[in-house]
Design a protein around this ligand. Structure first.
Ligand code: 5RP
Length: 232
C-alpha cells in the first residue's frame, strides 16, 4: 500500500470508531439529527444496523441528500423538522475543532441545514478523527451565499479581513451548488482569535445564507490512532 492510501485508511478507521461510539448514544424513542460527511456516514450505518438487528425505535432528520441516501440505504426511518421540531440528539462531523469546542463545518457544503439541525437538538455531538483537533481555529470558513448577492458578499468578506474563494465543482462544471440552490465561498481568515465575534459579523452580512462556524457543540467524540475514542 502506498503512504497516502495507508494514511487515508488509518483516518477512516478513526472516523469509524468515532461514528460508531456516537451512534451508541441513540436510545429507543429518540428523534435524532444525522449530519453529512464521511465520519457521520459511519454513525448512520451503525444506527441502521441497530434498527435492523436490535429493533431500535428511532426517527431521523437528515441534513443533506447524501445523508438521506445513506439513511434510506441503512434502513433508518426518516421524519422532518416540520413534524419533529425538537431533536433529542444530533450527530455531525467537523472540519476543525478547537480547544473550546468551537467548530468549523461545511466542507461538504451542507452546513446551513447542519446548523438548523444542530440548533434544533437538545444535545449536539460532533464526531471527528484526531486530525481535526486544533488548539485554535485556523481553517477556512465555508460560507453559503445567495448567488444573486455573490459580489456583495465577496466585498463584505474582504472588508472583514477574509480572502474569499468561490468553491468550484470543476472548471468545466462551474461552482458547487448546495442542496438549497446556493453557492459556497471558502473564506480564509488565518487564525480566528475570537470565533464568537466572527460568528456574529458573518451572520450580519447581507446575502450570507449561513456560515460554517458552530458554537453550540455539547460533546466531541474523537477517534484516536489505534481505535480508542476520547470524549471531550
Ligand atoms: C459537511 C460537513 C462535514 O461534517 C465535515 O466536512 C466533515 O466531513 P468528514 O467527516 O467527511 O471529514 O461539515 O458540510
Amino acid at each position: 500500500m502506498k503512504m497516502k492510501e495507508r494514511n487515508a485508511s488509518a483516518s477512516s478507521a478513526e472516523k469509524q470508531a468515532a461514528g460508531i461510539a456516537a451512534a451508541k448514544l441513540v436510545e429507543d424513542g429518540m428523534v435524532i439529527g444525522l449530519g453529512t460527511g464521511s465520519t457521520t456516514a459511519f454513525a448512520i450505518a451503525e444506527v441502521g444496523r441497530r434498527v435492523r438487528e436490535e429493533n431500535l425505535d428511532v426517527l431521523a432528520v437528515v441534513t443533506s441528500y447524501q445523508a438521506e441516501m445513506l439513511a434510506i440505504e441503512a434502513g433508518v426511518p426518516l421524519t422532518s423538522l416540520a413534524e419533529h421540531p425538537v431533536l433529542d440528539l444530533a450527530i455531525d462531523g467537523a472540519d476543525q475543532v478547537d480547544a473550546k469546542m468551537n467548530v468549523i463545518k461545511g466542507g461538504g457544503a451542507a452546513h446551513t441545514r447542519e446548523k438548523v439541525v444542530a440548533n434544533s437538538a437538545i444535545r449536539f455531538i460532533v464526531v471527528a478523527d484526531d486530525s481535526k483537533m486544533s488548539e485554535e481555529l485556523n481553517h477556512f470558513v465555508p460560507v453559503e451565499v445567495l448567488p444573486y448577492a455573490r459580489e456583495l458578499v465577496k466585498k463584505q468578506m474582504i472588508e472583514l479581513g477574509g480572502v474569499p474563494v468561490m468553491r468550484m465543482a470543476s472548471r468545466k462544471d462551474g461552482p458547487v451548488i448546495t442542496d438549497n440552490g446556493n453557492v459556497i465561498m471558502d473564506v480564509e481568515f488565518g487564525t480566528i482569535d475570537d470565533p464568537a465575534e466572527l460568528y456574529q459579523r458573518l451572520s450580519a452580512c447581507v446575502g450570507v445564507v449561513e456560515h460554517g462556524i458552530f458554537l453550540n457543540t455539547d460533546e466531541v467524540y474523537v477517534g484516536r490512532k489505534g481505535g480508542a475514542v476520547e470524549i471531550i
